[in-house]
Design a protein around this ligand. Structure first.
Ligand code: SF4
Length: 465
């Protein structure tokens, strides 16, 4: 019997990427097969993001295109998931009658059951509850890869096996930054139970995963809003890092994202104490001006942020720091923006994600007066990005001549591509009999703005440098 095929298109952040994987794994376990061609799939899932206007527009335009495909193939089922689905709900069904299922962020795990109940009339599943519990979920090895349509039938070849995975440890957020939709679309902060997380981490490592990234909107507050242990005792994110790091066979551990207001010294010390915790930290600052931070409802100051950077660098001098910056937040003056530029000079981030502020439906800042002119926003963004690009290169040049461990991601005709512990991409113009996830040692001989080039150090010289 022909198996039902599915295809998922993901927009936005890593949380969405992981949610898409979970949906794929749930469907694979029910016998669906992944299709690489969306136009051919029996079930198409569009996992949307509303954090920025651009991602939302792209998802809407894909849904518009799918209307034509469905006209030709009326049996196709279209599901919209993610933050836009949660926010728009019924309105989305009215605007897009070709959509069969609108799936809210807390209804993810019910996807397979909901799909079987579809009868041609649009269905809504968008409950958002404060007492939500993230279900226990252990991916099976057969459902892990997303790289071939027939992966259910047979174990994947080693070269096609995934070697790193995201692992969600919490969902939602209680911080209500004034520009952010997350608390409204993903709900209040909920931490997963420690045992569920550790069971999933063990299953991933047993399946050959070498690198895990723990995911949450604000991982620093893990375990604060609901009990995560059987006895309800205090258990922090730092403890979770230590427990996951202790799993035999795991080689690299990362996490994202952190709000500076909840960053503890205990967590910063982990970078000096946990051997497999990669020296890479994404710490969103958003603005260098205290006045703007306060209007954003970010409950830290530039002084605290700079102090944290200093502490992190004293614990782990080679830590690579990245950040998020919003330019042109309502009320941001020239002087405010200069403070962001000064902070950039002071911290010298290895990389950053910077955006122009845009109103997002339902957020408090949408109602703020004194919006910044589009042209001014564009000029500020381009100035910030230009200087950040220069700093990226200056920081990358510091790696020249260094010998670094690189985890191989793929082989190509030009050689191999891998990643350092600091999360830099490294191109290696040589080949070696190895599979993704293997670690080789290289000497860096060239640095660009966004990547490095390295030469393999032959295994017998591994002890050198
Ligand atoms: S910390 Fe702020 S920006 Fe981050 S998810 Fe929560 S509300 Fe949004």
């Amino acid at each position: 019997m022909k198996k039902v095929s599915f295809s998922i298109k993901t927009f936005g952040c890593q949380m969405n990427e992981r949610d898409s994987e979970i949906m794929g794994q749930l469907l694979a376990e029910r016998g669906y097969v992944e299709s690489m061609d969306m136009n051919d799939a029996d079930v198409v899932i569009v996992n949307t993001c509303s954090i920025r206007a651009k991602a939302e527009q792209k998802a809407m335009s894909l849904l518009g295109a799918l209307r034509k495909v469905k006209k030709k193939r009326p049996g196709m089922r279209i599901c919209v998931a993610g933050c836009v689905a949660q926010q728009e709900g019924l309105e989305l069904c009215e605007r897009m009658p070709h959509v069969d299922l609108v799936l809210g962020t807390q209804n993810l795990y019910a996807l397979a059951d909901l799909l079987t109940s579809l009868d041609g009339t649009p269905k809504l599943a968008i409950n958002l509850s404060d007492s939500y519990e993230i279900p226990a979920f252990i991916p099976t090895l057969a459902a892990l890869p997303h790289s071939s349509a027939d992966h259910i039938e047979q174990a994947p070849a080693p070269a096609a096996r995934p070697f790193r995975k995201f692992l969600t440890i919490m969902q939602g957020c209680n911080n209500y930054c004034t520009y952010c939709v997350v608390p409204y679309t993903r709900g209040r902060e909920v931490s997963r139970k420690v045992t569920d997380i550790l069971d999933e981490a063990h299953a991933l490592v047993d399946a050959g995963i070498c690198e895990i990234t723990l995911l949450g909107q604000n991982v620093n507050s893990y375990g604060r809003t609901n009990p995560v242990t059987a006895d309800g005792g205090r258990y922090t994110f730092s403890q979770l890092l230590r427990d996951v790091a202790a799993i035999p066979g795991l080689q690299r551990l990362r996490f994202t994202t952190s709000n500076p207001q909840d960053l503890s010294s205990e967590l910063m010390r982990c970078f000096g104490e946990i051997a497999i915790l990669c020296p890479q930290f994404h710490l969103p600052v958003q603005s260098g001006s205290n006045a703007v931070l306060s209007r954003m409802n970010r409950r830290y100051t530039r002084e605290l942020y700079l102090q944290q950077v200093q502490e992190l660098r004293s614990v782990r001098p080679d830590i690579a720091l990245s950040t998020d910056v919003i330019v042109g937040f309502p009320g941001e003056s020239d002087a405010d923006f200069e403070q962001t530029m000064e902070l950039l000079e002071e911290v010298r981030f290895h990389s950053s994600f910077s955006f122009k502020y845009s109103d997002r439906p339902g957020t408090r800042s949408t109602g703020f007066a004194d919006k910044v002119d589009e042209l001014v926003k564009s000029e500020r963004l381009s100035r910030f990005q230009h200087r950040q690009d220069e700093i990226c290169l200056e920081q990358n040049l510091l790696y020249l001549g260094k010998s670094l461990p690189v985890m191989i991601e793929k082989q190509s005709e030009e050689g191999m591509v891998g990643r350092t512990e600091s999360n830099h991409i490294v191109h290696i113009a040589e080949s070696l009999a190895c599979v993704p996830g293997d670690i080789v040692r290289v000497t860096i001989h060239h640095a660009g703005h966004h990547s490095l080039n390295g030469r393999l150090i032959p295994p017998q010289q591994k002890g050198a440098a």
